[in-house]
Design a protein around this ligand. Structure first.
Ligand code: ADP
Ligand code: ASP
Ligand code: MG
Length: 481
């Protein structure tokens, strides 16, 4: 390893400690609803200022629903609906302007008004390129350039507002730091490059009392084109930046009091979880707990940085702390679910004798870059689950060349997650008792044994989640501190 003669480099790896080094920065990420209107932005700005003098890297999402609208806009434009697209573009720009007027007491500062003009014109230009596309759907590359504009707009408003309040806040575009590959729509970060660039662009600006504002979700390819990390990717950005800077903590500010024992939209009795291990949090996110992007935990854990999930409107309420070895102290921590998904079943008498059957089957998925989530094998068949977007028809056609194949659509995965599942006797029995009357189509226990998953028809998803929550969590007062 290189000699540690570079202060910033040393800080990046180990985090600054007491003494001569400046304080380690805090990363605060605010999700869409936490910057969804002027009142929310005011509340978020208060939280940022309250952290001072600790230097803060603020990572922002687009205002609530803006990413959806931008993607809808792109699709409209590509389908040739120029007029509706233009109306939607104007409404979206207007919403930002009205938010700014409220924040700045009616007069939008000139530099911000100029930013709006520039971003609005950029959006119009990108949409015009789609109109010219003769009805072809927008490419992933074009969608990424458009989708990222939501974060560009929200960060411009927020950074300007912090300065208006007298804070030493500076906007640094995430594209200067977050270099990715060119898998548009779900780009993979280049961690080493990012670490170097974070030291170059963020670290020198993160002195005590200072704030840097940047975008979540967006990056740029090696060739300099805009990319995104995939939907919900702002959490991931926060974790990547936090790891690169050796942050003291990564705070994910959202609209719930942390990670709960189930999605509160499905289960009213879901309760906040105080402590979670990184493995549990990762598993929950992967199985559908939207509160965290599935890849969030990894970079933070590698760097030994705690991730907390907190409610923007109840900052002194309960919250969740996720650390590598954190523990909820419970056998079953939470129930997560994800749907719709498809189940593909391939059966063949040859499975018994042919060693290469599974290899051949999985090769079909690998070649098409379709990731398989759950797998269950029986004597003569294999069932596996794939995302809703997977090209099931063509996968099935290809598999039909060497096996009988059937596809079940409109299914959902429901997962029981808990690090101590493996050591707990009777969890399976309790799961089966709770679901005694429900038709379960597939069961899988993760290799790491921290999730037990079942596949059911999608129309039963809600019911199954509730039954499992009642039987495994409510019965034990789960989640409450
Ligand atoms: P943000 O815009 O702040 O990133 P998201 O909408 O992406 O917020 O994530 C927060 C939402 O995640 C919550 O409103 C909640 O409905 C949903 N959610 C799903 N599962 C869980 C869970 N286990 N705990 C907390 N929230 C969950
Ligand atoms: N704005 C992006 C989205 O809606 C990223 C995020 O909010 O995390 O997916
Ligand atoms: Mg999110």
């Amino acid at each position: 390893m290189q000699a540690a003669n570079d202060n910033a480099g040393e800080r990046g790896r180990n985090g600054a400690s007491a003494g001569a080094s400046p304080a380690r920065p805090l990363v605060q990420k605010f999700g869409g609803t936490s910057v969804g209107d002027a009142a929310a932005m005011r509340a978020a700005a208060e939280l940022v200022r309250a952290a001072s003098p600790q230097p803060v890297l603020v990572v922002l999402s687009a205002m609530a629903r803006v990413t959806d609208e931008l993607l809808a806009l792109a699709r409209l434009a590509a389908s040739g609906a120029a007029q509706p697209a233009e109306e939607l573009r104007l409404r979206l720009m207007e919403r930002h302007r009205v938010t700014a007027e409220e924040l700045f007491a009616t007069r939008v500062p000139e530099d911000l008004a100029r930013d709006f003009e520039e971003q609005g014109a950029e959006l119009a230009r990108l949409l015009a390129a789609l109109h010219g596309g003769s009805g072809k759907p927008a490419s992933a590359r074009q969608l990424d350039a458009i989708a990222g504009l939501g974060e560009r707009l929200s960060t411009r408003v927020f950074a300007r507002y912090l300065r208006h309040l007298g804070a030493a806040a500076e906007l640094v575009d995430a594209g200067a730091v977050l270099v990715t590959d060119d898998a548009f729509g779900a780009a993979a970060p280049r961690f080493e490059r990012i670490a170097t660039l974070a030291r170059e662009h963020f670290a020198p600006r993160l002195a005590p009392g200072r704030i840097v504002v940047t975008q979540g979700y967006v990056g740029r390819s090696e060739a300099g084109e805009p990319t995104t990390l995939g939907r919900g990717g702002s959490d991931y950005s926060a974790a990547i930046f936090g790891a690169a800077l050796g942050a003291s903590e990564i705070q994910i500010w959202t609209d719930v009091e942390g990670v709960l024992t189930a999605d509160p939209r499905r289960v009213e009795r879901a309760r906040p979880i105080a402590q979670l291990s990184a493995a549990e949090a990762g598993e929950l996110a992967a199985f559908g707990a939207k509160v965290l992007h599935p890849a969030t935990i990894h970079p933070a854990v590698e760097a030994g940085i705690p991730v907390t999930v907190r409610h923007t409107r109840r900052p002194s309420g309960r919250f969740t702390t996720i650390t590598k070895n954190g523990s909820s102290g419970r056998d079953v921590v939470a129930i997560a679910s994800r749907g719709p998904i498809h189940v593909i079943t391939a059966s063949s008498p040859r499975m018994l004798q042919q060693a290469g059957f599974l290899a051949r089957l999985f090769e079909v998925f690998a070649r098409r870059r379709v990731s398989v989530d759950l797998v269950a094998t029986a004597e003569l068949s294999v069932s596996l689950t794939v995302e809703h977007e997977a090209p099931v028809r063509s996968l099935a056609e290809e598999i039909a060349a060497f096996a009988e194949v059937s596809v079940a659509e409109e299914r959902a995965i429901v997962a029981v997650v808990g690090e101590r599942l493996k050591r707990t006797r009777g969890v399976c029995t309790r799961v089966f008792d709770a679901l005694a009357e429900m038709p379960i189509e597939l069961i899988s226990m993760g290799a790491n044994e921290i999730n037990l998953s079942v596949v059911v028809e999608r129309k039963l998803e809600q019911d199954v989640v509730r039954r499992l929550h009642a039987a495994l969590i409510e019965s034990e007062g789960g989640g409450e501190r």
